[in-house]
Ligand binder design. Structure first.
Ligand SMILES: Cc1cc2nc3c(=O)[nH]c(=O)nc-3n(C[C@H](O)[C@H](O)[C@H](O)COP(=O)(O)OP(=O)(O)OC[C@H]3O[C@@H](n4cnc5c(N)ncnc54)[C@H](O)[C@@H]3O)c2cc1C
Length: 425
């Protein structure tokens, strides 16, 4: 079938929803399976026009080769900054320094753009979808809306694509992870829309969870009682990067250490993220992440920002007055985001012999076979998280076992063994 089913069969659907938004027959729907919202085309309606496949970020990410592997997957930059919002409240409620919320607010307020597609909930019991924010929302208090903060989950951009199809003259801002920005750019091109009308703000992206993590959180922290919202990062309890904040349906909100989130990731991850090396969102106009450079870091939160295009430079200039910013080198950001380490995902992707090049254009500097055992362990973990709904106790046990600290004797023996090995060398 020449449609989205190919991506789903290969386990590469990332639930970005762009296929659904672009389908001229409106025949793509999503079914919840293995913690993901997987696209499926109604075969009685589908004409196999191929549009959904053409925009799908599941198959491959194409890079412009420039130097070595790390340089290629980092992309190009006109300017780089560490920055944060001058609005203390916005900075406080944002994921990091509030740079994205500030840029969006300024550009809607000034009328440079007609709308921005952002999120509006912290409830992850259903598929997350972006929705349109306009200048009116800004007037009514953007700072109190549910737009800011990071959701480490797949997000559907179907509403955004449907809206640009129907409103071809609208000037719009999109915020998204690397796969979403690639898919949205492809949609603009396939729909023959004017690319200059759109501003793409890309999030640096390590990986997302799948939606099973919501039930896992409910089981682990509330004995199965329902949650109504989760902040993956919240600065209230001790500044940036902050703890997770859980809001139960009944009872007081409570905090959970960030390390618990990191531990769960390996199990509740879509397989597509395991092969992605586009951590810095190279096709965005402006890429924004947390500031881990060691320069200007603050417990109030700050961002690292890469301005990639002329359009990005224009948007950045418009927001200048509302942001504190300090120039920083591209190398500092790339190093802080451990891009070298991330390259192992490319070799994992190369081990998928049933897929063509998942990361096209990136020079290979290592042997994929060296990563095989690590890839297999990663696959085993994420496949167990995918079936969490069927076997919750087994998965919880496995996570506990994998993360249990070895006993003190074992740890001491390990140290002695490592020391002896070094001496022998
Ligand atoms: C899945 C994911 C992985 C990330 N991984 C990294 C990383 O490895 N390293 C790093 O430095 N930074 C990472 N970030 C980025 C970081 O967490 C912050 O989002 C970023 O620094 C912007 O901060 P801010 O204060 O400017 O954002 P805010 O001002 O709080 O605004 C965030 C904006 O992003 C939108 N948004 C949130 N989540 C999503 C989503 N999943 N899809 C689409 N839009 C969304 C919100 O609606 C809001 O408009 C990641 C973010 C996400 C969502």
């Amino acid at each position: 079938m020449k449609n989205i089913s190919v991506t789903v069969e290969k386990g590469l659907c990332i639930s970005c929803g762009v296929c659904r938004g672009i389908c001229p027959k409106n025949c793509i729907s999503f079914r919840r399976e293995q913690g993901m919202y997987l696209a499926s085309a109604d075969s009685s309606e589908c004409t196999e026009c191929g549009l959904c496949q053409a925009v799908c970020p599941g198959f491959t990410h194409v890079y412009e080769p420039c130097g070595g592997a790390a340089e290629t997957v980092s992309g190009s930059a006109q300017k780089c900054f560490n920055a944060w919002s001058k609005d203390g409240h916005l900075r406080h409620i944002s994921a990091s320094g509030g740079v994205i919320s500030t840029i969006v607010r300024v550009l809607l307020d000034s009328g440079e753009y007609d709308g921005a597609f952002c999120l509006d909930t912290y409830d992850y019991s259903a598929q997350l979808k972006t929705r349109l924010y306009s200048a009116k929302d800004i007037e009514e208090g953007w700072g109190t809306s549910n737009a800011p903060k990071s959701r480490y989950l797949p997000v559907s951009h179907e509403n955004a694509v449907m809206y640009m199809r129907e409103n071809r003259a609208a000037r719009l801002i999109f915020v998204g992870t690397s796969c979403a920005i690639r898919a949205l750019r492809a949609a603009v091109s396939k729909l023959r829309l004017e690319p200059e009308q759109y501003l793409f703000i890309g999030l640096f992206c390590d990986k997302v969870f799948n939606y099973n993590v919501w039930s896992y959180f409910e089981d682990k922290y509330l004995n199965g009682a329902p949650l109504k919202a989760v902040h993956f990062k919240n600065k209230e309890s001790g500044g940036w990067p902050g703890d997770m904040k859980f809001y139960p349906n009944d009872g007081e909100p409570f905090y959970v250490p960030l390390s618990d989130r990191a531990r769960a990731k390996a199990y509740f991850m879509p397989e597509r993220c395991l092969y992605c090396v586009d951590k810095l969102n190279v096709t965005a106009d402006i890429s924004v992440g947390d500031n881990y450079t060691g320069i200007d870091e603050s417990e109030l939160g700050s961002n690292s920002v890469i301005i990639r295009t002329d359009k990005g430079m224009g948007a950045w200039a418009s927001a200048a007055e509302k942001l504190e910013r300090r120039a920083v080198s591209f190398e500092d950001i790339s190093r802080a985001q451990a891009i070298d380490l991330r390259l192992k995902n490319m070799y994992f992707g190369d081990l998928r012999t049933d897929c063509d090049d998942l990361n096209c254009g990136v020079p290979r500097e290592k042997n994929a076979a060296d990563f095989e055992s690590e890839w297999k362990t990663s696959i085993k973990r994420l496949r167990s998280g995918a079936v969490y709904a069927e076997k919750p106790d087994a998965v919880k046990k496995q996570i506990y076992k994998d993360n249990k600290k070895p006993c003190i004797v074992k740890r001491a023996l390990k140290k002695i063994f490592r020391y002896a090995k070094r001496l022998l060398k």
